[in-house]
Design a protein around this ligand. Structure first.
Ligand code: HEM
Length: 211
C-alpha cells in the first residue's frame, strides 16, 4: 500500500477560532431557545441565567470573529483568495459541486474539488462561508450588541426601526445561522471517510486522496 500523504490545511489560529466559535454559536442557539420560548425550554434553570450565558457566549463569538478576521486579513493575507468565489466558481463550480453532493457522492464518485492550502474550499463552501462570515455573523454580532445595550444605544436602535424590528431581525438571523449549522455539519461528513474533514479542523493536517 502506498504511503499516505498529508497536507497542512488548517493553521492553529483558525482551529482555535473555529471551535471557540462553534461552542459559542451552539450555546447561543440553546440559550436563545430558552430566552425566546421560556414556557417550552428550561435548560439553564432561571431565565436570568440563560440571558447571562447568552450574553457571555455572544461576547466569545464576537471576539473570536475578530481573531478570524485579523488572522486572514493581516497575518495570512489570504482572505480574498480563499473566501471570494471566482468567475468559474460562479458559472460552473457551484453547480458541479452541488451535483457531487446530491448525486455523485452516493455513486462513489470522487469530489470534483482538489483541496490545497491555497484553495481549500470548494465553490459551494466558498459561497456559503462568504455569506456566513461576511454577512450573517457580523449582523448577528451587531444586532446582539445593540440588544445588550438598548438604553445607552437608544438612538441607534430607533434609527434602525425600533426595538421590535431589532429583536425580529436578530431572531431571524439566528434561525439562519442555526439552519447553516446543521447543513454545515452534514456536508462536512461527506469526505472520503465521515471524519476526513473533521480531522484537519482538529489537527491541522488533511490526508491527500489519490483518485
Ligand atoms: C458543532 C459545530 C461545528 C462543526 C462540527 C463544524 C465542523 C467543521 C469542519 C469539519 C470544517 C472543515 C471542513 C469544512 O470546511 O467543511 C469546518 C470549517 C469551517 N466552519 Fe465549521 N463546524 C461547526 C460550527 C461552525 C459554525 C457555527 C460556523 C460559523 C458560524 C462555522 C464556520 C466554518 C467556517 C467558516 C469554516 C472554514 C474555516 C477555514 O478554514 O477558514 N462552523 N467546520
Amino acid at each position: 500500500m502506498a504511503d499516505k500523504k498529508y497536507i497542512y490545511l488548517q493553521p492553529t489560529p483558525i482551529r482555535i477560532w473555529h471551535w471557540l466559535n462553534a461552542l459559542g454559536i451552539v450555546t447561543l442557539c440553546v440559550t436563545g431557545g430558552q430566552i425566546r420560548f421560556p414556557e417550552y425550554v428550561n435548560i439553564f434553570g432561571t431565565y436570568k441565567a440563560a440571558i447571562e450565558l447568552h450574553n457571555t457566549a455572544g461576547i466569545v463569538v464576537a471576539i473570536s470573529f475578530f481573531l478570524w478576521a485579523f488572522y486572514y486579513l493581516v497575518v495570512a493575507r489570504s482572505m480574498v483568495k480563499l473566501y471570494i468565489p471566482n468567475k468559474d466558481d460562479i458559472q460552473h463550480g457551484i453547480l458541479r459541486q452541488a451535483k457531487f453532493y446530491f448525486l455523485l457522492f452516493f455513486l462513489g464518485r470522487p469530489n470534483p474539488h482538489h483541496t490545497t492550502p491555497d484553495d481549500k474550499f470548494n465553490p459551494m463552501q466558498k459561497s456559503a462561508y462568504l455569506a456566513i462570515m461576511f454577512i450573517l455573523v457580523p449582523l448577528v454580532i451587531v444586532t446582539g450588541i445593540l440588544l445588550m445595550n438598548v438604553a445607552p444605544l437608544r438612538e441607534a436602535v430607533l434609527m434602525i426601526g425600533g426595538l421590535k424590528l431589532l429583536v425580529g431581525t436578530h431572531f431571524l438571523l439566528a434561525c439562519s445561522l442555526c439552519a447553516f449549522l446543521f447543513t454545515h455539519v452534514y456536508l462536512a461528513t461527506l469526505g472520503h471517510t465521515p471524519f476526513a474533514h473533521f480531522k484537519p479542523m482538529w489537527t491541522g493536517w488533511e490526508e491527500e486522496v489519490d483518485h
